[in-house]
Design a protein around this ligand. Sequence first.
Ligand code: EAX
Length: 327
Amino acid sequence: MFRIRSLAAVSAFAVTVALSGSALAAQVLNFAHSTAQGSHYSMGVQAFAKKLAELSDGKYEIREQAAGALGGERDVIEGLQIGSVELTVSSTGPLGNFVPEALVLDLPFLFKDYANARAVLDGPIGQELLDKVSENNLVGLAWSENGFRHVTNSKHPVKTPADLEGLKIRTMENPVHMEAFRAAGASPTPMAFPEVFAALQQHVIDGQENPIPVITASKFWEVQDNLTLTGHVYSPAIIIASPTLWDGLSDEEKGWFREAAKAGVAATRAKVESDEANGVALLREHGMEVIEKVDQSAFQKAVSPAYDTFVAKYGDDMLKRIQAAQN
Ligand code: EAX
């Protein structure tokens, strides 16, 4: 009788431990980004979360922190470095402040189109730059996508670079972008993204520049009348993990996070494609005047001094490699 009772006790204990173990094991990780829930970044975070939950059998749970809930992109990257945030998907805007080698990606008109940008970033050059990110107290998991950036403003239609003259254009906290807009005659105003909508609404700034997915997700039609499809920069995004999180993972678990990042990138790129297909019509429906036929060579000439400044400071090796890698 004793044997049977003790066997029952052991199995009941084992079940309790197993249940409490699985219930306690879910580790919640904050995944921060600056755009709205349902945006291209948000779709990527949700796909990341789903894949990681599957691979880890529920051991890791992602908590999406959308719309700058944990601060602007620069703040969040600083948070990754000190371990207060576990994951982010961010534009490369502020990244150059932490990883100067990444600034080359912000040069205007560097990438010819989406296919070339994705091919370069998914290839050896992209991996080399991710490795550089990981040398700066960050863990570069994958290149994701923000999109080709365009100019909006509330003053007047921008048909030529001369129309940028004197406009206070918000830029990311990025020296290459600031130099480009300064060279074009605008007055670049660097600002964290969560502050942009209010600054536009209060006319502290006249305009800003962002990809269609960001312009639509942020409802910029409410505070901007004019959109010019300059496509002046292909804006990569990057999925970054905190070293505090990463160093505590087993090799197998690291593989889960890498697989989840791939799923996130695919979902974000799919949403970018959808927004690119439908976004301009949506913005027109909301009253924006959209200038689609743009003399890009004129804008390219206007912002070209940004190349001279960049090359003088950082050299042109990686720049030439990226240009040569495109077809
Ligand atoms: O990453 O700051 C920006 O304009 C970025 O494009 C935006 O935060 C999405």
